[in-house]
Design a protein around this ligand. Structure first.
Ligand code: DGL
Length: 262
């Protein structure tokens, strides 16, 4: 129970999930790994993403982690099944299923998904949503520019507003009633996207849903920690000062990143 949770992402974007886990599970320790050396995953092949995800999971398990959270949509889309088959005894959680469970319960909705190219190409959200609720209308688009907008600190500017309007102002997206932010970076644009839809669409906050699902899974497997002495470690596969700046933006507080090449 007192072992840490392992959390990984292609970079520092998954810190949005780590921050939600810290809020929802304040007693839990975690080890975060951001694969900054190989980021972005969003334009890479399935094989490559599986290979990276496997190496990171191996590293996190060597740190004695009791569960793994794939805090990256792209790795969740392309490496989750592979990892659950390779590590059948470890609870492994992805960021797609909790969102699908939340959205899929709505009947006759039109759901939009924005994500990286690799996640969009995988069709993971569409497949899982339609399996749960065949009545759902699903539209999806790759919106890679939004990743850069967030990383460059252009949230709440004309740049972010222009990118959001261009991507979501299309006929395809203008009448969705639910929008899934299928990328770790997009929660930082949530308020602006909500303003864009002006109450016409629910914009789904996946980090919160993932953290609550993790709590449920840990309770189910009797792995919930009760003590109040959490420990947090943050590793990146390549360190630059810029990652420190961006990490603070995603996590909401100063953290110190340690370089660990895998
Ligand atoms: N973490 C990725 C995701 O959630 C976004 C950044 C990348 O392409 O690596 O899909």
């Amino acid at each position: 129970m007192n072992k840490p949770i392992g959390i990984f992402d292609s970079g520092v974007g998954g810190l949005t999930v780590a921050a939600a886990i810290k809020r929802v599970l304040p007693n839990e320790s975690f080890v975060y790994f951001g694969d900054t050396r190989h980021s972005p995953y969003g334009d890479k092949s399935e094989d490559t993403i599986r290979g990276y995800s496997d190496r990171i999971t191996d590293f996190l398990l060597a740190q004695d982690c009791k569960a793994i959270v794939i805090a990256c949509n792209t790795a969740s889309a392309l490496a989750y099944t592979f990892l659950t088959q390779k590590y059948p005894d470890v609870p492994i959680i992805n960021v797609v299923d909790p969102v699908v469970a939340h959205v899929g319960s709505k009947i006759n909705n039109k759901v939009g998904i924005i994500a990286t190219r690799a996640t969009t190409k995988s069709g993971i959200y569409r497949k899982k949503l339609r399996k749960l609720n065949a009545k759902l209308q699903v539209v999806a688009a790759a919106t890679p520019l939004l990743v850069g907008v967030v990383e460059e600190g252009f949230t709440n500017t004309k740049v972010s507003q222009g990118a959001i309007e261009t991507y979501l102002g299309s006929k395809k997206f203008s009448d969705v009633t639910t929008l899934i932010l299928g990328c770790t970076h997009f929660p930082l644009l949530q308020k602006e996207i909500e303003t864009f839809y002006n109450g016409r669409a629910e914009v789904v906050d996946s980090p919160e849903l993932v953290a609550h699902y993790l709590k449920y899974r840990l309770a189910q497997t009797q792995l919930l920690e009760a003590s109040l002495m959490p420990n947090y470690s943050f590793y990146v596969s390549e360190f630059t000062d810029n990652f420190n700046r961006v990490a603070k933006m995603f996590f909401g507080e100063d953290i110190s990143l340690e370089e660990k090449m895998l």
